[in-house]
Design a binder for this molecule. Structure first.
Ligand SMILES: [Fe+2]
Length: 332
């Protein structure tokens, strides 16, 4: 077996050719290779308030270290006869495709949608540690000590959460989704860009999946271990969100007009695509035991589901606080 390490430029070309060529072109324009930069200093202005907050976050993580064995009541097991999320949060809900599903098919669909969310979280959590530790190796001399340590703790928590979600998928016997939204190619570019691009890119996906899962699972009638795993994930995620948000706020408050413009240009185009792709993943049709009503290659049906009134209203509700912040930061 051979392993090929694609250079940043090759990866960028891959992204440009394969997915969203328009976004790829924009990225190409604003992209800079760190190899061409002489300095290993990073322009990451961090205010006093943020430094204080990071110290507090660090303290909380040390006081409540995350452990695989004790994070969840594992002996509770998973009951696949129960729903893992509210039925009115299913991707097809509010469309005629949903009406065509029997109650058994709705239950199976609900578990597969949960499997997609967990696959996305696992993929994200595999990206974050190498990305953050990569920043430390590149910029360690210019990062404040508490930020340096919090990046390490953050990376460690993501690794432990990956183990937690992996154990859960084994217990619940859930498949791993391979085709994940635009994220794979985009995240491959993060190490070459300003750290705030990587921080915001990973923040958005994690925040969306966490908000969606909390909105759909914290109700009666939901499998208890599923409810617990997302609640547990959320309790750590709120610290990660707070950290990234504050670093990005400080960056946008201090960067030059040109830098701010370049930064916002990337995300204004990527965010709507990510939002849409999260509303429906065509790979689900490959995992169902019955013919799924939305075929993986029927673009019009997929578009109808992704733009349904119900899914847009649902996003407005479950992503309210994230969208308000993105709007305040002029990122949407
Ligand atoms: Fe996180």
């Amino acid at each position: 077996m051979t392993f090929t390490d694609l250079s940043a430029v090759q990866r960028l070309r891959f992204f440009t050719n394969i997915e969203f060529p328009v976004i790829g072109k924009r990225l190409e324009r604003i992209f800079w290779l760190h190899g061409t930069r002489k300095s290993r200093e990073v322009d990451l202005p961090i205010g006093q308030d943020t430094m204080l907050l990071v110290s507090q976050l660090l303290k909380k993580s040390h006081q409540h270290p995350l452990e695989l064995e004790t994070a969840l009541p594992w002996n509770m097991g998973v009951d696949r006869e129960m729903l893992p999320k509210r039925l009115d949060q299913l991707w097809l809900y509010g469309t005629t495709f949903f009406e065509a599903l029997s109650s058994d098919e709705r239950l199976e669909t609900a578990w597969l949608e949960t499997a997609r969310d967990i696959s996305l979280l696992i993929q994200l959590k595999r990206t974050v540690p190498s990305l953050f530790v990569g920043y430390l190796n590149k910029f360690s001399n210019s990062l404040p000590s508490s930020v340096h340590d919090y990046l390490l703790v953050h990376a460690l928590e993501e690794i432990t959460q990956t183990l937690i979600f992996r154990r859960f998928t084994q217990i619940a016997n859930l498949p791993y989704f391979q085709r994940l939204p635009a994220y794979t190619q985009t995240s491959a570019l993060f190490p070459e860009m300003h750290p705030c691009v990587g921080l915001l890119g990973t923040l958005i996906i994690g925040w969306m999946v966490d908000s969606g899962a909390m909105y759909a699972t914290q109700a009666s009638g939901i499998d208890p271990l599923t409810r617990e795993i997302f609640k547990q994930h959320h309790s750590v995620k709120i610290r990660h969100i707070e950290f990234s948000r504050r670093i990005i706020e400080d960056y946008l408050g201090n960067a030059s007009i040109r830098e701010r413009h370049k930064f916002r240009e990337i995300f204004r185009h990527v965010i709507p695509e990510i939002l849409k792709s999260l509303r429906f993943d065509p790979e689900i049709a490959q995992h169902t035991s019955f013919p799924f009503p939305v075929s993986g290659n029927h673009a019009a049906s997929i578009e109808a589901v992704r733009t349904s009134v119900h899914s847009q209203l649902l996003d407005e509700e479950r992503f309210k606080s994230m969208m308000n912040w993105l709007w305040k930061m002029e990122l949407i």
